[in-house]
Design a protein. Structure first.
Length: 330
């Protein structure tokens, strides 16, 4: 910094102000300092600056996998919002979907320079009694059954599932089958419970529950089972599995929506290109990511914890995969 100051003909304090983007430096002087920095190849030492101000301007993100659409889109939104606030993110993968894996990821926080943490935890593994944060680190959890000790941001899974099932029943179907996600998934179980609740409230019979693993292949296997049943309407827990169901129906000569109506969940970008275009529940992953960053930054700035649940609304997007049930229309 002293070398830059000498070359630019200014004080070291002025160089510091320019480096930190502070106000109070006239533009001509700022450009003079920047030119000196470029000539000398000067780069501010972020580690030293972090130690001086007691903040690393980095948010840690713990997550299991990048193989699911929701995780990728949520992470993308977290990174974008963090950048807007001049923060970087550090990914901390969980080695295995076990309590030990979760504890290991949290333990790594002690070795990393992060000011806050966002946990994308879609399975029932987060127990405040078994994990602990380093002193001064604040946390926000996404899509989890976290205890009251954490601040949780989530899509309103139950309301989205209700909208899907009610839409199909309102089209005149006597009941709705369901292809669920893994039983360990918090989001999956919220959707299953909502499906059952709507059927019960409408006095509809509850068909056998089918399960997949979020993949199109597992949806295809479930679709083969559905093709051999008396199903006329099915709510599928995500769009990827719905794609597999559509393939199975096509191979078995079952028309969608003439013979069976299908509703998915997520509203992935490709869902408009399914054949037919998929009716689905839209999740606002971008809003979830933004709220996560805003919440953890608020906790950091106010030195608070703010435990509780913040739900992001869903909306039903009706496309070509659902239609009035033929018998009902007659």
């Amino acid at each position: 910094m002293s070398d830059v100051a000498r070359l630019a003909g200014v004080s070291a304090q002025t160089v510091s102000r320019v480096s930190n983007g502070s106000a109070g430096v006239i533009d001509a002087t700022r450009q003079q300092v920047i030119a000196a920095m470029n000539e000398l190849g000067y780069r501010p030492n972020s580690a030293a600056r972090a130690l001086k101000r007691g903040s690393f301007r980095t948010i840690g993100v713990i997550l299991f996998t990048l193989s699911t659409t929701g995780n990728v889109r949520t992470l993308e939104a977290i990174a974008a919002r963090a950048a807007e606030e001049d923060y970087a993110i550090t990914l901390i993968p969980v080695a295995a979907p076990t309590q030990a894996g979760v504890r290991g990821a949290f333990s790594r926080l002690n070795e990393l320079a992060v000011d806050g943490i966002i946990v994308i935890m879609e399975v029932h593994l987060l127990d405040a009694a078994t994990v602990s944060l380093p002193p001064g680190v604040h946390a926000v959890v996404v899509d989890s059954d976290a205890s009251d000790g954490f601040s949780v941001i989530d899509t309103d899974q139950a309301d989205g599932a209700r909208k899907a099932v009610e839409h199909l029943l309102d089209l005149g179907h006597s009941t709705v089958w369901h292809v669920a996600g893994p039983s360990a998934s918090f989001a999956s179980e919220r959707r299953v419970n909502a499906w059952r609740s709507v059927l019960s409230s409408r006095g509809c019979a509850e068909p056998a529950l089918l399960r997949g693993d979020w993949s199109a292949d597992s949806g295809y296997l479930a679709g083969l089972t559905l093709a051999a049943s008396d199903c006329t309407a099915v709510f599928v827990a995500n769009d990827q599995m719905a794609l597999g169901v559509l393939r199975a129906f096509h191979e078995k000569g079952i028309r969608v929506p003439e013979d069976v109506s299908i509703v998915g969940f997520d509203d992935i970008p490709d869902s408009t290109s399914f054949s037919p275009p998929l009716t689905t529940v839209h999740q606002d992953f971008a809003e979830v990511g933004r709220r996560c960053v805003d919440k953890v930054l608020k906790q950091m700035r106010e030195n608070s914890t703010e435990p509780g649940l913040d739900l992001v609304p869903t909306r039903l997007v009706v496309r070509g995969s659902t239609a009035m049930h033929t018998e009902f229309a007659v």
